[in-house]
Design a protein around this ligand. Sequence first.
Ligand SMILES: Cc1cc2nc3c(=O)[nH]c(=O)nc-3n(C[C@H](O)[C@H](O)[C@H](O)COP(=O)(O)OP(=O)(O)OC[C@H]3O[C@@H](n4cnc5c(N)ncnc54)[C@H](O)[C@@H]3O)c2cc1C
Length: 321
Amino acid sequence: MHDLVIVGAGPVGIASGIEAKRAGLDFVMLEAGALCQSLLEYPSGMRFFSPADDLAVGGYPFPTPHDEKPTREMALNYYRKVATAEDLPVRTYERVERIVPREGGFEVYTVCSVQGTPYPVYRARRVLLCTGIWGLPRRLEVPGSDLPHVAVRFEEPQRYWRKRVLVVGSGNSAGEAAIRLADADAQVWLAVEPETLETCRFRPFVLRELLLRVEEARIHPLLQTQVVRIEPHCVYLRVGAEERNLPADFVLTLLGLLPDTRLLKPLGVPVESDGKPVHDPETGETPLKGLFVAGALSREGFIYIARNSVQRVIRAIKEGL
Ligand SMILES: Cc1cc2nc3c(=O)[nH]c(=O)nc-3n(C[C@H](O)[C@H](O)[C@H](O)COP(=O)(O)OP(=O)(O)OC[C@H]3O[C@@H](n4cnc5c(N)ncnc54)[C@H](O)[C@@H]3O)c2cc1C
């Protein structure tokens, strides 16, 4: 039986693995996708808003050219090098499907995410979930939202060169996508529900960049707008009190993420309305003894905050063994 299974190998899973190794624990890390799958799914070329030092884990320096803020690619490279340097026991493409409490610990059931075949069951005295909040995109519930030109993720701006793209959403991912699309010479419409762009949930620098492109007529905002239905080359909208249709080659519905509680619910761990599992903020332990949470799953939005708290979490795990 292992001392610990860590579920998820994003930045916080990696930080936890480093701490677990330094604490001398016998552990294994299970990751549903590639190493840092969540970052892999960010748009290519995306730049973090935090400086590199704030993304660094395990005391490994994260140098960037001219101290610039890291891109997704720099971060992927950095975390991969750290995981290799630490020789972390990460098993990629092993999705945890079920965790079952047993006498003295847990059984952890996994499948191969590529082929769907089950792996032998892991047994561990403690389980630490670092599964993040990336995973269940909120979908637009209108006819046509499952058409092939409608996507819930924005990955590669180049795909949209000179295409007519409607971006739906009033948060940062929608705002940033609109900016990147405009810079990739797409024709961009941005549909938001609030009355002004200023009252959307954009960070100040996203708003500033958006407004610049609106002024240059490279992004066309559609305020107080709801999507009514989507057809192959046309989107039907309600803009204020008026009905309107808009020709579009692609529709990106970037409406944020829904909390993924599929592992927690069957364990009876209470989850707050924002998806945060109830847990002790000092130790990360949930009301189910031996089950811990850390990182974005526990709503630590920034990597620099989470990397400090995993030191406390691993210490609590070690002391309780
Ligand atoms: C566009 C964008 C920009 C951001 N910019 C910043 C920034 O500048 N600074 C900052 O501090 N933060 C930033 N964040 C937030 C930051 O990315 C997260 O805080 C960080 O990724 C959290 O790390 P994590 O390891 O907790 O979760 P994640 O990075 O989400 O990793 C979770 C991992 O768990 C895996 N997983 C999930 N379910 C299972 C399962 N059942 N079995 C096995 N594995 C599973 C996933 O595949 C994933 O690899 C940004 C987020 C986004 C979306």
